[in-house]
Design a protein around this ligand. Sequence first.
Ligand SMILES: [Ca+2]
Ligand SMILES: [Ca+2]
Ligand SMILES: [Ca+2]
Length: 263
Amino acid sequence: MIANALFLRKSKAKGFTPHLFRGWGSLNSQPNRKGAGFTLLELLIVITILAILAVIIIFVLNPAETLRKSRDVQRMSDLATLKNAIGLYTTVVTDIRLDGTAGSATNCFGVTQSVSVPDIWLSVGTAPSAGTAVTGFATTVANTWNVSATASAIDGTGWIPVDFTDISGGSPISNLPIDPQNTLVNGTSTATAATNDALMYRYSCRTNASSTNPSTYEVSANLESNEYKNSGTNDKESKDGGNNNNLYEAGTDLTILPNTDTY
Ligand SMILES: [Ca+2]
Ligand SMILES: [Ca+2]
Ligand SMILES: [Ca+2]
């Protein structure tokens, strides 16, 4: 009763209507607790503060962006791994076959990027069903997408047609890295036309008329985080020395894969 009376007095002093809170006094009405309990108002304040803190934590940590960033870090690491592996392959192997065939890599892009049927290899399992003509190409590239059912294989049957088992001493990698999302359909990219939005890896090489064993290639990935993508706070896509500001490019010639959005 004493606690109830104190509560009512407090409530009056703070401008509350006492009869509305008469029942609530039972929360701290046990005589032995001597004010150790909480009023409903105090509980509401604590719950509100916790809710605000939760919103702030979610906003600051931004779990979706954190996941995008970790996938981007994986992509940059994967491309570095591929660059090292292909670099070792072209250094050690005499009969270099960057397009999977012997000779001058005629399935690759031409010297001037103007061959009619250049090949692009993709890490996804299903190729786009139609291509779109792009600047520098004589025709559409609809029938030049290459995908593999055994994408991770390193013996030339994977999504990159290089046979890493040809390296004396063994392949430096046991699997070809695949994009963490590895999907063609994303943003403006559709199952019928690939754009830079597709979260997949791309690879191609360049035919070299003066060499039977051309060794220039490019591999690229689409970065998606607000930190690493084009114009991001730590932009990696437009600052890689390549010709496509919306993809992260690596390799020995970053002008092989087109700089257009749809190709
Ligand atoms: Ca780039
Ligand atoms: Ca991008
Ligand atoms: Ca490029």
